[in-house]
Design a protein around this ligand. Structure first.
Ligand SMILES: Nc1ncnc2c1ncn2[C@@H]1O[C@H](COP(=O)(O)OP(=O)(O)OP(=O)(O)O)[C@@H](O)[C@H]1O
Ligand SMILES: [Mg+2]
Length: 381
């Protein structure tokens, strides 16, 4: 059993409250990803779970046992950090075997455990090498292997791939996905700034802001039903376009949000503006369109775009997908009761809003309805 239960957890450094009333229930074998802006408390939360940091107040249970006062080494936890400190003078095998030797396990048992971990991480060809003769991705895999051999109940990863180049990140991400499959009983908590890692690896994502849990849910729950303007703007890359002013009022909302990938360039769309910048990425392209607000609206198109800077484009929500939020940044659910006015022109539209300035932290909100994409041509009109 490696369930993890966090109840009313607070962490203060002097007067600074870094974690504020964290409540989380993580099931045995779950892969949970913590995301949030820099400084929001992700690493601190991970370190309190590991025991490297003490808890100011609250309760932390692992496998049904309260571990607040239990030493890190006795919690059944292994942690992998962003900077993997391997022993430079030891081979890969000895790096991975080190903690087992300290536990005075028999030699043949150590060999079995190291070989098994090396097999999982495809490190067999490198066991006799020194770390300096490995690539960054291989070294990070050794650091993960070193944690695996300890057979932890709970695995904690703090941005383990952020020092790797793009190709190695993808390859190592796949290794971690495979690791998750091969250790179905092991609970894994993973901190990342990478949207793709969060969306692809997580069973559930925990979004943190200023030490508060804003929302917990599966990647798709967070993407489709953000429970605050903050989560709407944080999950998804490029981020959701958020518009206030008359257009939002037409939809009886303070803010209307549309993701770049939910906008279609059409002849006569809801918005019209001038392309100020376009990016061709090969598989897709992004148009940055000035509709008369401070920030351009981002529109994603499949493949290469034929719209260049200076061109006028008009666009509408694809399948009429958009999200509505009230003044406090909470989603508005339900149908629009009054007829929407004619499509606004560029001059009707107000500034996009900064999601970081909107919405109060919403502790412990889990799933639920609201903020759903609303059909623009609502039948009730
Ligand atoms: N020992 C400490 N004393 C005082 N404040 C601290 C201490 N350690 C961390 N903090 C503060 O706690 C807050 C959370 O830090 P933490 O490292 O958990 O953030 P993070 O979410 O992991 O950020 P990043 O994404 O940049 O790694 C920060 O504002 C940080 O300055
Ligand atoms: Mg951190």
């Amino acid at each position: 059993m490696s369930d993890l239960k966090i109840t009313n957890l607070f962490k203060r450094y002097g007067n600074v409250e870094v974690l504020k009333d964290i409540n989380l229930d993580i099931k045995s074998g779950e892969f949970v990803v913590f995301v949030g802006p820099s400084g929001c408390g992700k690493s601190t939360l991970l370190r309190t779970i590991s025991g490297l940091e003490s808890i100011t107040s609250g309760k932390l249970e692992i496998g049904g046992r309260v571990v607040n006062e239990v030493a890190p080494s006795k919690r059944g936890i292994a942690m992998v950090f962003q900077s993997y400190a391997l022993y430079p003078h030891m081979t890969v095998f000895d790096n991975m075997a080190y903690s087992l030797k300290l536990q005075r396990l028999p030699k043949d048992e150590i060999k079995t455990l190291v070989d098994r971990a090396a097999g999982m991480l495809q490190l067999e060809p490198y066991l006799e090498r020194l770390p300096k003769a490995l690539s960054g991705g291989q070294r990070q895999r050794v650091a993960i292997g070193r944690a695996i051999v300890r057979n932890p109940q709970v695995f904690l990863f703090d941005e383990p791939l952020s020092n790797l180049d793009a190709a190695l990140r993808v390859a190592t991400r796949m290794e971690i996905a495979k690791l998750k499959e091969s250790l179905p009983e092991t609970t894994m908590i993973y901190v990342t700034h990478d949207q793709v890692e969060a969306m692809t690896l997580a069973d559930r994502i925990v979004v943190l802001k200023d030490g508060v849990v804003m929302q917990v849910g599966t990647p798709m729950e967070l993407y489709e039903n953000p429970q605050s303007l903050f989560v709407a703007g944080f999950i998804g890359s490029p981020k959701m376009n958020l518009l206030t002013g008359r257009h939002a009022e037409h939809h009886q909302a303070h803010t209307v949000g549309v993701r770049p990938e939910h906008l279609d360039v059409v002849d006569k769309g809801v918005w019209t503006g001038k392309v100020i910048y376009s990016e061709d990425l090969g598989s897709d392209s992004y148009l940055y369109v000035d509709i008369g607000a401070d920030e351009p609206v981002i529109v994603r198109q499949d493949g290469k775009t034929s719209h260049r800077a200076g061109a006028q484009v008009s666009f509408s929500p694809k399948d009429d997908l958009y999200h509505r939020f009230d003044q406090s940044g909470r989603p508005i659910s339900g149908r629009i009761s009054a007829p929407a006015a004619a499509a606004p022109t560029a001059s009707d539209l107000a500034e996009p809003v900064d999601p970081r300035k909107q919405g109060e932290p919403d502790a412990g909100v889990v799933g639920g309805a609201g903020g759903v994409a609303m059909p623009a041509d609502d039948k009730s009109r």
